[in-house]
Design a protein around this ligand. Sequence first.
Ligand SMILES: [Zn+2]
Ligand SMILES: [Zn+2]
Length: 244
Amino acid sequence: MKLIGDYHTHTIYSHGRNTIEENVVRAIEIGLKEIAICDHGPGHLGFGIKKKKITEMRDEVDRLNDKYPDIKILLGMECNILGRDGKIDIDDFTLPHLDIVLAGYHFGSMPDKLIRDSKIHLYNYLSKKNKYYYHKVKEMNTDAFVNAIKKYDIDLITHPGAKGPIFYEEVAQIAASRNTALEINNSHGHLTVEGIKKTMKYDINYYINSDAHHISDIGKFSKSLKRAKEAGLDLSKIVNLSQE
Ligand SMILES: [Zn+2]
Ligand SMILES: [Zn+2]
């Protein structure tokens, strides 16, 4: 079994350690056919892509696609789901530059509306020790994912449930209806075995991705595969996994 493509890798444009070209060269070395460069959206405090850099990234990806014809390089972005209404940090200028749109929830994202959206970060923080906040924020997080999937054409939701609890079934139901895939992330433990079991009742496509921040992690997938197998997932539902 092997990975055909890795659709979630970071570079120096957010807080990855390597350049786009170094990621690409590594991907070729390990036999990948496709790689996506998906740095954090501009709403990520500290790590986010500087918006004006997106044209530079696009040019670099186009140049490298010419230079390395044996691999297909996609430019994407790991957008931030900013709050309960599902808004993500993408705009009409950035979107046409991208080949693939990923979205996930991160603590470091800048609230779209300060008071309203800070609450979700605070409650996720408090939920680790307090059941009241856990139940409250589980609903808030679920709404945030469901609304984001409804509002935007998102190809892939990254590490669902990693930064705060969600109702997996509700997210999976809307994802299936919108043809949005879910990620079994090799760096974060999400989807968990439980998450895979709950989501696989729906007609979901999955991706296994490394979420590499360093070239040494690109294409790694053993932890994700282990969880998928443990959950009893039909492995043909993982779109970037070759069963040969
Ligand atoms: Zn992430
Ligand atoms: Zn990431």
